[in-house]
Design a protein around this ligand. Structure first.
Ligand SMILES: C[S@@+](CC[C@H](N)C(=O)[O-])C[C@H]1O[C@@H](n2cnc3c(N)ncnc32)[C@H](O)[C@@H]1O
Ligand code: SF4
Length: 417
């Protein structure tokens, strides 16, 4: 498996040089010239820890959480004040963990962001189903949140049990969502769980749209090696059948696919932290993607706060890109939207996409992975499945390895992928 990903990496980056992440960082970040810049804020606290979850998080503790938010606000000041003018950005995304556990401090964070950035496409926040109460939603709305996503995982008791999640009170969820409206209400589901059938997912999707969602995300279950989860991922053949049938169901219902994993009921409903050309991340474990580098903050909360106390950015690792490495990153992140626009590529790299990847584009059309129309390569159903499949490989070969190391070592010397 890692042989295939290594081969693909060498092919696409036109070099045998691996991705090398080093324990070094820039105190000044060159984000001023980045267009389509997104912002990400990580809040790594949860009431209960789910065994399957790979994200950077610890059990909620009020004192630690408040100390962390103080540091987070300071990090935003440190980065934001590097620019003389307010920087226009697309969106701000709060992920976790469970950001709503700190609902009373969300406005303070947004106010700090607003001192340095102009957000044009809304503010998004992830919620645990337990957070979906009228009181919390009201506070979030008053703080400026315009889009929410709720981590349902499954409405079925069988899969809630397998995942170790509590039963969801559907009536109170519905009541709160009907009372407090948001531009986008997204619900997250995990698919490809043991013996999961089309009917299970179809029921989840129908229920989501009937109780107030206008957008859904269906993530393939990934069995990370460093988590304690005993749940095993589904075979490739079954997974493809399930993904194709559920995608066709969504198309039949008239839902729009707005990224590899997401569908929306209304044209205006969108929600994604992934499909950005470049982004600035704040908080432990957050990543920053700029024109010439990708950097990752330390996963360790105390080390994060300590760095900030010393007026230093909490970056743990940085990779400085070769041109083709950056192209691969650009294509990988952009392809989440299922579309690659050749004009956007040329604008970013000053070289036509067809010139950089003529052979790959030819192959992708020949094998029916993508269709080309008016300057845009759009993934077919087959292409979307293989992207899912490749993404799964990539996640296990790269992210699994990196996060596995970073969760135990705040500042590793070097990671080669
Ligand atoms: C940070 S959580 C969402 C918010 C909240 N913490 C919750 O759990 O409800 C982000 C999402 O990642 C997805 N996720 C977590 N672990 C996963 C795994 N092992 N494989 C696939 N998706 C996963 C889940 O759908 C989850 O809702
Ligand atoms: S799935 Fe959500 S609630 Fe569970 S540990 Fe991960 S971030 Fe926390």
């Amino acid at each position: 498996m890692s042989f295939i990903t290594s081969l693909a990496r060498m092919w696409l980056t036109r070099t045998t040089k691996p991705f090398i992440f080093k324990n070094e960082y820039d105190q000044i970040l060159s984000y001023k010239e980045c267009e389509n810049l997104g912002l990400y804020v990580h809040i790594p606290f949860c009431k209960n820890i789910c065994s399957f979850c790979p994200y950077c998080k610890v059990k909620y503790n009020e004192d630690l959480a408040n100390k962390y938010i103080d540091s987070l606000i300071k990090e935003i000041h440190m980065v934001g004040s590097q620019n003389n003018e307010k920087k226009v950005v697309t969106s701000l995304y709060f992920g976790g963990g469970t950001p709503a556990l700190l609902v009373d401090r969300i406005k303070e964070i947004i106010d700090t962001i607003n001192q340095y950035f102009i957000i044009t496409e809304g503010i998004e926040l992830e919620l645990h189903p337990d957070n979906v109460t009228i009181e919390i939603l009201e506070k979030l709305k008053a703080s400026g949140i315009t889009k929410i996503s709720i981590g349902i995982q499954s409405f079925s008791k069988k899969y809630q049990k397998i995942l170790g999640r509590n039963t969801i009170n559907i009536d109170s969820l519905k009541e709160a969502l009907n009372k407090i409206s948001f531009e986008t209400v997204s619900m997250d589901f995990i698919f490809a769980l043991p013996n999961q059938e089309y009917e299970d997912l179809k029921n989840d999707i129908d229920l989501a749209f009937s109780i107030g969602a206008n957008h859904i995300a269906i993530y393939p279950f990934i069995d990370f090696t460093f988590t304690a989860s005993k749940v095993k991922a589904m075979s490739k053949r079954k997974k493809r059948k399930l993904l194709d049938s559920i995608t066709n169901y969504c198309y039949k219902k008239g839902y729009k696919r707005n990224s590899i994993w997401t569908f929306s009921k209304e044209e205006s409903a969108n929600y994604s932290s992934m499909t950005r050309e470049s982004f600035l991340g704040f908080g432990a474990s957050s990543t920053t993607l700029l024109k010439d580098q990708f950097k990752i903050n330390t996963f360790d909360i105390n080390s994060y706060c300590e760095r900030i106390e010393n007026n230093k950015l909490p970056t743990s690792l940085t990779i400085r890109f070769t041109k083709h490495q950056r192209m691969v990153y650009w294509l990988f992140w952009t392809a989440y939207s299922t579309k690659v626009n050749e004009a956007d590529f040329e604008k970013f790299f000053n070289i036509p996409l067809k010139k950089a990847y003529r052979f790959e584009l030819f192959i992708s059309r020949l094998f029916g992975f993508a269709k080309y129309k008016n300057g845009i390569y759009e993934m077919t159903l087959k292409g979307a499945f293989y992207y899912h499949y490749f993404e799964n490989f990539y996640t296990l070969a790269y992210i699994d390895k990196m996060w596995g190391i970073m969760k135990d070592n705040p500042f590793p010397k070097e990671i080669k992928l």
